[in-house]
Write a protein that binds this ligand. Structure first.
Ligand SMILES: NC(=O)c1ccc[n+]([C@@H]2O[C@H](COP(=O)([O-])OP(=O)(O)OC[C@H]3O[C@@H](n4cnc5c(N)ncnc54)[C@H](O)[C@@H]3O)[C@@H](O)[C@H]2O)c1
Ligand SMILES: O=c1ccn([C@@H]2O[C@H](COP(=O)(O)OP(=O)(O)O[C@H]3O[C@H](CO)[C@@H](O)[C@H](O)[C@H]3O)[C@@H](O)[C@H]2O)c(=O)[nH]1
Length: 343
């Protein structure tokens, strides 16, 4: 029973590949390497470089490997970028998923799991947010994923493709065994930017917005460890395989941290004191979003790494590993590339 993992050379998909391997499953990775890296895919795992929107390729792979389930991670993921490039986001996240669903239906794939997002909720009216809350995304990114969820529901109703849409909250951390982590070049995510500042690869960190209606004025997010999230994929795969109905699940811990709190935790764990600047709010950012993940808990998923310091430390250890394995390439022109990095 082969599981096709699209985007399996990326951050989250790569951790799910490890989780599948760890329990003896057979993953097959399809990735165009636009943001992922070849080295993320463990030796021995079949890996095809290609576009998830290429129906000829995906139907060949499904038939050749006897794909039973598709875990679909491939896509574009940066909220502010989607505001500048909405057509690129609808193409990458909605139209290419349409092509993949076409193939899944034509070839009789049984199960489909979609990487969706908390961004479908926009600025929720009450916190924590449940799966039944209104969906009013603030960005093309959130809308591109919401449209995909809606398409999936229609496809299920018409052709019986059972699926789960996982609405991830903010995914952070790295494999505790240091096999994988976030390697995206030019990353914009808070954890990654803060850790690169701690390493001396960026001159400073900007905090976007200080007047939000939150206790310290900075945005609040529900950060989830990527290895806990990877296990959530195994839980929903089991749910679908045992005949469970199509569902939507929030994936978070139900505990929010402000941007300022994350920055403090990064400084404490790394023992550094990088410069922090106050910058204007970033378009498309909700003030606060925290998950109610009771539905996922009821499925038997249990968080194991839900501690902010653990999440920061795992990501930090990965960042240090990356630092020793790469060249002195500069990310930010305002910074010296010659800061020593301790392995
Ligand atoms: N990182 C988060 O906090 C977060 C939160 C919510 C949802 N998500 C969703 O999770 C999924 C994975 O995100 P990630 O953080 O691992 O990002 P990532 O950029 O590390 O991974 C995406 C992977 O997909 C590949 N890819 C992109 N377009 C492709 C295409 N057309 N064909 C084949 N491969 C393609 C990339 O090369 C990359 O390896 C995305 O769908 C994203 O929207 C992420
Ligand atoms: O240099 C930075 C980077 C981020 N932030 C803030 O930190 C918070 C988190 O931002 P970021 O890490 O970029 O994540 P989000 O924009 O919240 O989006 C992530 O989390 C969403 C789910 O909540 C996913 O759908 C997206 O794919 C994923 O990028 C936001 O308030 C940002 O404004 C800063 O202040 N400075």
């Amino acid at each position: 029973m082969t599981v096709m993992v699209t985007g399996g050379a990326g951050f989250i998909g790569g951790h799910v590949v490890l989780a599948l391997l760890d329990r003896g499953e057979v993953p097959l990775v399809l990735d165009d390497l636009s943001t992922g890296s070849r080295s993320a895919v463990p030796a021995g795992v079949p890996f095809h470089v290609g576009d998830v929107g290429d129906m000829k390729l995906t139907s060949r792979l499904v038939r050749e490997y006897g794909v039973e389930a598709i875990l679909h991670f491939a896509g574009k993921i940066v909220v502010p970028e989607s505001i500048l490039d909405p057509l690129g986001y609808y193409l990458a996240n909605t139209l290419k998923t349409h092509a993949l669903l076409n193939v899944a239906v034509q070839t009789g794939v049984k199960h489909f799991v979609l990487s969706s997002t908390a961004a479908v909720y926009g600025d929720p009216r009450s916190i924590p947010v449940t799966e039944t809350a209104d969906t009013l995304p603030l960005s093309p990114y959130g809308r591109s994923k919401l449209m995909t969820e809606q398409m999936l529901a229609d496809v299920d109703a018409a052709y019986g493709l059972r699926h789960v849409a996982l609405r991830y909250f903010n995914v952070v951390g790295a494999d505790p065994d240091r096999r994988h982590g976030q390697s995206t070049p030019q990353a914009t995510h808070l954890f990654k930017v803060a850790l690169e500042a701690a390493l001396g690869r960026r001159s400073h960190l900007d905090i976007y917005g200080s007047s939000y209606p939150t206790p310290d004025g900075t945005c609040i997010r529900d950060y989830i460890h990527v290895s806990d999230l990877a296990r959530a994929h195994l839980a929903v795969l089991d749910h679908l395989r045992s005949g469970g109905a199509s569902r939507i699940f929030n994936c978070g811990y139900g505990r929010g941290y402000s941007v300022a709190e994350v920055v403090e935790a990064v400084k404490a764990v790394t023992g550094t004191d990088f410069e922090v600047r106050r910058a204007p709010p970033r378009p498309g950012d909700p003030a606060e979003i925290v998950a109610d993940s009771n539905e996922l808990l009821k499925l038997g998923w249990e968080p194991e790494l839900n501690d902010l310091r653990t999440m920061v430390d795992d990501a930090w250890q990965w960042e240090r590993k990356l630092a020793v394995s790469r060249t002195t390439e500069q990310i930010d022109p305002g910074i010296s590339p010659s800061i020593p990095i301790v392995a």
